[in-house]
Each structure stands twice: as structure tokens, then as C-alpha cells.
Design a protein around this ligand. Structure first.
Ligand code: ATP
Ligand code: MG
Length: 350
């Protein structure tokens, strides 16, 4: 039996995760569901954001569905004692190198986009972003004082061929199950790591994925194309830094932060980590105003990619779409439904 660990966390995390939990119960799948403390909730109980027992449980699961972590009451602590440190520890322990961020515009929400509705109609992009390498982690890095008294801040952008290939493989595999197209994004014109990226992606494509349509695009052009005609893209494969920026841009084309799920995947049989893009939203925590769709759509990704239930994943996504089509809206979408009532509307469709 597959195992799913829920880590509701802090702020609106428990509120939105509760909706996913109800949905799971309604689906009546053969999945063992358990729940653990994480983030600020774990600090309050155990003094650390990620207890060893919870980490071990996550590693022994097939999928982990997180809510959100953090809040003003824990912000002043030492970094290691902050809720966010628990998240980085969990990502590192799970070695999740491929970050999947879908940017899909539901037809009923086309008006909420920052673009004209006709430009986002049918928008369904999947970003595959490298998550554990590149300039965010490259060595050497630091701030130093030069002999002339000037200070210098520096980072290193670095990718090895195996780091590039393992994330590119994820993108090609996923493209086969959807539009069949991968656009690989870098700056091969000005960066050596970008040049290697392009060479390695092309070589992997020629060897193992000739059936997938591969194109290459410079990151600056990609930003322009996303704002101009985003529906041209299927899967966008890119590095840690460009993926961070471009997937945020694309997310806002789809409407609300409350709609955006994500997944982080590691090696083939390793557990995946699933979470809404949004944070703990302390400003609305405890008020029942949070949109549960990002959590529910993250659950759908877990069902598809880690729990062997692609059919159930499609049912969940269709139920979200049906609820939106029927006019169900939380406050962030311009409506008045509570988190729970939005959950009811989604549950009615599964
Ligand atoms: P973090 O640092 O934890 O990512 P943040 O400051 O980036 O937090 P969020 O917690 O994501 O931001 O919240 C940003 C804004 O979006 C807030 O005003 C919040 O209320 C709103 N928001 C976030 N998630 C949701 C949601 N699921 N439903 C409704 N509003 C949301
Ligand atoms: Mg944030």
C-alpha cells in the first residue's frame, strides 16, 4: 500500500490541507495517510522545525503533502530554529532535484489573469526547474573586501552534465505524457553553464527522446514570450535561477496564488514532495478565507507522480474545474466562499 504523509504546518497550511484530507477520504483509495508536525507547529512542540522522526517518516513515504510553514511568531529565532529551515532540511534530505510548477489557466478564471483572457485561454505550461544546483548553491560564494577597500559579493553558477541530464530526463518523460514539446531555457550565448546545458540537453534528446520536440530559447526571450503569447509553451525546462523567476511570472498569468500547486521530485523511486506555491498567509490564517485549490491540485500531482493513481488525479483536477465553472470562488478569486465551502464545492464533483 502506498504511503502519504501530510505535513499541514502553520498559518493557513492546516486549513487548506484539511480540504485535501477530506477529498482523499472521499476518493477511498488504497493509500495509507498519516500526519506529522512540521515548521512552527513542530518548534512549539519539540523545539525544532523538523524532528528526526518526521524526517524518517517522510523518507519512508511515497509522497509528502505539505501545507505551508512560517509566521511572525517564529520569525525572530536563530535561522536553524526557524520554520523555513525545516523546509530546506526536508528538501535536502529528500534530494528533490526537479521542481514541477504547472501554470494552468482554468477557463473560468481567464478574467483574473494579468493578461487579456484571449491570451491565456488554454494556457497549460509545466515548468521543470532544477532545484538543488546552480548559482544558489555554487561554490565559491561570499562577500570579501578587496585591497583597495572595495567590497565584492560573488556567487558561482555551476552545473555538471549529470545534474543537467537528470532534470532534463524528467522534463522529457513528462512531455511524453502531455503535449510532447520541451523548450529548454538558458543563456548559452553568454554563460558557459548555459552552453553546457544546451549541449547536454541536446545529446540526451538525440539519444533517448527523439520523439519529443525540443527547442531552445534564451531566458530573456522566454520572459518576453511568456508575456506576449504564453500558450505557445508546453514543458519549459530550465535551471534554478531562471526557473525561479520565470515560473513566478507565469504563475501570475493564471490568476491567484491560491490556485498554484507544485511538486519536487528526486530519483525514480524516491518520495516526492508536494506543496502549494503560496506561504502560510498569516494575514488570513484562522479566518477560513484561504483558497484550498493549490493544496488540492498539489494532492492531484502527488496522486499522479508518486502514488500511482493518475485516474484519481484527473478526477480531482476535473472536480476543481467543475467547481470553478459552477461559480465557486473564495475571496482571492473575487468570491465569498469559505475554505470549507470551497472544499464542499470541489467534493461535490469527485
Ligand atoms: P512565505 O514567505 O511564507 O512564502 P509570503 O509573504 O510570500 O509568505 P503568502 O503567505 O504566500 O506570502 O501570502 C501572500 C498573499 O497572498 C497574502 O496576502 C495572503 O493572504 C495571500 N494568499 C496566499 N495564499 C492564499 C490562499 N491559498 N488563499 C487566499 N489568499 C492567499
Ligand atoms: Mg513567498
Amino acid at each position: 500500500m502506498k504511503k502519504l504523509l501530510l505535513l499541514p504546518g502553520d498559518g493557513i497550511g492546516p486549513e487548506v490541507t484539511a480540504v485535501s484530507r477530506r477529498l482523499l477520504a472521499a476518493l477511498a483509495l488504497d493509500i495509507e495517510v498519516s500526519e506529522g508536525l512540521f515548521g512552527g507547529a513542530s518548534i512549539d512542540a519539540h523545539g525544532v522545525p523538523l524532528a528526526d522522526a518526521v524526517k524518517a517518516q517522510a523518507l519512508a513515504s511515497d509522497a509528502v503533502l505539505m501545507g505551508a510553514v512560517g509566521g511572525p511568531q517564529w520569525a525572530a529565532q536563530d535561522y536553524d530554529k526557524r520554520p523555513e529551515a525545516g523546509l530546506l532540511q526536508l528538501r535536502a534530505a529528500m534530494d528533490v532535484f526537479a521542481n514541477l510548477r504547472p501554470a494552468r489557466c482554468f477557463a473560468a478564471l481567464a478574467d483574473a489573469s494579468s493578461l487579456k483572457p484571449e491570451l491565456v485561454a488554454g494556457l497549460d505550461i509545466l515548468f521543470v526547474r532544477e532545484l538543488v544546483g546552480g548559482v544558489y548553491f555554487g561554490q565559491p560564494r561570499g562577500i570579501e573586501t578587496l585591497p583597495n577597500g572595495e567590497r565584492r559579493g560573488f556567487n558561482t553558477q555551476s552545473y555538471t552534465s549529470s545534474e543537467i541530464r537528470r532534470v532534463a530526463r524528467v522534463a522529457f518523460e513528462l512531455a511524453r505524457g502531455r503535449g510532447g514539446r520541451v523548450c529548454s531555457v538558458e543563456k548559452a550565448n553568454v554563460m558557459e553553464s548555459g552552453l553546457l546545458w544546451r549541449e547536454e540537453v541536446s545529446a540526451l534528446h538525440a539519444a533517448d527522446y527523439p520523439d519529443v520536440a525540443l527547442s531552445h530559447m534564451y531566458a530573456d526571450n522566454c520572459a518576453m514570450q511568456l508575456a506576449k503569447w504564453p500558450a505557445q509553451f508546453d514543458v519549459i525546462l530550465t535551471d534554478n535561477l531562471f526557473g525561479d523567476i520565470l515560473s513566478d511570472l507565469a504563475g501570475m498569468l493564471t490568476g491567484s496564488l491560491g490556485m498554484l500547486p507544485s511538486a519536487a521530485l528526486g530519483a525514480a523511486d524516491a518520495p516526492g514532495l508536494y506543496e502549494p506555491i503560496h506561504g502560510s498567509a498569516p494575514d488570513i490564517a484562522g479566518l477560513g478565507l484561504a483558497n484550498p485549490c493549490a493544496s488540492v491540485l498539489s494532492l492531484a500531482m502527488a496522486l499522479r507522480h508518486s502514488l500511482g493513481e493518475p485516474g484519481a488525479a484527473a478526477r480531482v483536477e476535473a472536480a476543481v474545474e467543475a467547481a470553478l465553472d459552477a461559480g465557486a470562488r473564495t475571496r482571492d478569486l473575487g468570491g465569498t466562499l469559505s475554505t470549507e465551502a470551497m472544499g464542499d464545492a470541489i467534493l461535490a464533483g469527485v
